[in-house]
Design a protein around this ligand. Structure first.
Ligand SMILES: Nc1nc2c(c(=O)[nH]1)N[C@H]1C(S)=C(S)[C@@H](COP(=O)(O)O)O[C@H]1N2
Ligand SMILES: [Mo]
Length: 328
């Protein structure tokens, strides 16, 4: 029973990975039809949703409240991590999103985040720590310096992008709480607001809220960041505002969005996708071109914004930083 209900969610990646182009064409067609019909409907009835859809432009997806931290962006770029790959456009990176709390359709997420309230945003660092922390993201970005890094990012569905994230090394964020030596893993918990996130309300077969995890060595590796910005501005809601994780050598789903809790724990934590389909989404999930997903190859990836495919690299090209974590 439960299996049948869960399928729609994790079967989507297959359709995406194997016939993404078809799928996008169909969406475009539906969108064109839909807009025409909405235009007529609007004359008599200004429904909240249809109005939002008509008026929404890519740049409008930023937090609406005036930001007390706008002056922190753009942050200085740390060129140590600059990647020799062309930058993905801001439009592509902010209109094609995996964020199942809002929609399973990547091109719809950015249109459905309007009600999502990301300020003020409380989050905590708890568990096996000497100094548990409770603070807002606005406080966090004043406490620790922000920097910009250009990273490759690779989704398990075999698409990839290269974009400038702004944030703080996660090691520094975790250090605020002074982890105990018994802490071996870090667990991330995303928000739960079904009134603001339509798919949390509709698709109740998922184990909301989203949860992920890393070993403490992975979480405190110099590459891992707590991210609050993108393209020199505050993080758009659809990309995981106001605080998300970025782990650039692992498949995208390891990088939890819109987190409210970082918990230091002793045992390897359970993770959202691993619980749904353990054979397809492992806890480790390092990018590896030689290990195919059970339903598709991971040897190449499509660069967002076009049809070009390039070879996928072991650890997404970050072996010099992380190979040592796995060499025992
Ligand atoms: N809370 C939450 N975090 C999430 C996801 C999600 O659905 N919910 N999707 C993951 C997946 S599969 C990917 S590829 C990336 C997508 O991030 P982006 O939309 O900023 O590209 O977010 C990851 N983090
Ligand atoms: Mo993904």
């Amino acid at each position: 029973m439960a299996n049948i209900i869960i399928r729609p969610g994790w079967y989507l990646p297959e359709r995406e990975a194997n016939s993404e182009q078809d799928y996008q064409n169909r969406r475009q067609f539906i969108k064109t039809l839909g807009l025409g019909a909405l235009g007529v409907g609007l004359i008599g009835c200004k429904s909240h949703e249809s109005q939002a859809r008509l008026e929404m432009m890519p740049g409008d997806d930023l937090p609406e409240e005036k930001s007390p931290n706008a002056d922190l962006y753009p942050a200085k770029r740390n060129d140590t991590y600059t990647v020799d790959r062309e930058m993905t456009s801001e439009k592509d990176a902010t209109t094609f999103n995996n964020f199942y709390e809002f929609s399973e359709q990547k091109d719809q997420v950015h249109k459905l985040v309007e009600k999502f309230e990301v300020r003020p945003w409380d989050f905590e660092i708890t568990g096996l720590v000497n100094k548990p922390q409770k603070l807002t993201v606005d406080e966090l970005v004043r406490k620790l310096p922000l920097e910009e890094r250009v990273y490759r990012f690779r989704c398990v569905e075999a698409w990839a992008m290269t974009i400038p994230w702004t944030g703080i090394p996660l090691a520094k964020i975790i250090a605020l709480a002074e982890p105990m030596s018994s802490a071996k893993y870090v667990r991330f918990l995303s928000f739960y607001q079904p009134a603001q996130a339509p798919n949390q309300k509709r698709s109740t077969w998922y184990n909301w809220p989203y949860y992920e995890g890393l070993s403490i060595e992975e979480a405190t590796n110099e590459l891992t960041m707590g991210v609050t910005g993108l393209f020199g501005k505050e993080l758009p809601k659809q990309n995981g505002a106001p605080l998300r994780i970025i782990v650039p050598w692992k498949y995208g789903y390891k990088s939890a969005k819109s987190i409210v809790k970082i918990e230091l724990v002793e045992e390897q934590p359970k993770t959202f996708w691993n619980d749904l389909a353990p054979k397809e989404y492992s806890f480790l999930s390092n990018v590896n071109p030689e290990v195919p997903h059970p339903r598709w190859s991971q040897a190449t990836e499509r660069l967002l914004g076009g049809e070009e495919r390039v070879e996928t690299k072991l650890y997404n090209g970050y072996g010099e930083y992380v190979a040592g974590l796995y060499s025992s």
